[in-house]
Design a protein around this ligand. Structure first.
Ligand code: NI
Length: 255
């Protein structure tokens, strides 16, 4: 059995054909899903899906590029729902300087505020970090995010920085890019970092693994990612799947 720890079943494209997406995943032994919100609306949908399906868990939170104009209403909703038993994490939150819809100050304010909500509830964090890896690490340290830990979703930092996140109690999310031929650094990360610190994820509908790159991603492709981890590490497939599942269950406290 596999788990997809980062699947946007709450995104428009996957939500529109949800039953089909879930069936194809289950046909490929992907039987547990964590659905992270990226704005208010998709956080509400993530929670709805978690209530509807026993095998779906929600994360709620606001992505750094989506927080423009967010205020009391949105943050109060997070505080009111973070303790729900099907909400297993706060996220995805963090920094993203690839786009310029929000300033660094706005992103910092939203990030720190959400970390504090997670700490109060004792729930782990799902971190998005783009063009901001050092700043992300600094913020996690300054806010003592170690207390709850979490996952560096779609980890794209260097091998050298990986242990620094692990030291702060964070797992590394491994997705489609590990299957790309030219993705040397993430392959090195998977080779060197013990399996006990990795999580399997697709970030679907984005980051589709090889050989389907360029088409829509779905949780059904988790086995392609696990296969690549198996190839790189040279460990037996059942063992890899078992450990990746155990890691997710431990971090997100799944039954
Ligand atoms: Ni995401």
């Amino acid at each position: 059995m596999y788990i997809d720890t980062h699947s946007h079943l709450n995104s428009k494209v996957l939500y529109e054909k949800l039953e089909e997406v879930i069936k194809e995943a289950i046909d490929n032994q992907v039987e547990l899903f964590i659905v992270p919100g990226f704005d208010f609306e998709t956080s509400v949908i993530a929670l709805e899906l978690a209530k509807k399906y026993p095998f779906v868990y929600a994360a709620i939170g606001y992505h750094p590029t989506e927080i423009k104009g967010y205020g009391e209403k949105e943050y109060k909703w997070l505080e009111e729902h973070i303790n729900d038993e099907k909400v297993v994490a706060l996220g995805e939150i963090g920094y993203d300087f690839h786009w310029d819809t929000t300033t660094k100050e706005e992103q910092t304010e939203a990030f720190v505020r959400q970390i504090s909500i997670a700490k109060k509830a004792g729930k782990p964090l799902i971190i998005h970090s783009r063009d901001a890896i050092q700043l992300t690490l600094d913020t996690l340290k300054e806010t003592n995010a170690k207390m709850v830990g979490g996952v560096m979703h779609a980890y794209s930092g260097s091998l050298e920085m990986a242990p620094l996140f692990i030291k702060e109690n964070f797992y590394l999310g491994i997705g489609g890019p590990v299957t790309f031929k030219n993705a040397k650094e993430i392959k090195r990360v998977v080779e060197v970092i013990p399996l006990e610190h990795l999580l399997s994820e697709t970030d679907s509908p984005y980051l589709t693994p090889h050989p389907y790159r360029g088409t829509e991603n779905g949780p059904k492709y988790i086995p392609l990612i696990v296969d690549e981890i198996v190839n790189i590490k040279g460990i037996n497939k059942e063992e890899v799947a078992k450990i990746l599942l155990a890691n997710a269950k431990k971090l997100f406290k799944l039954e």
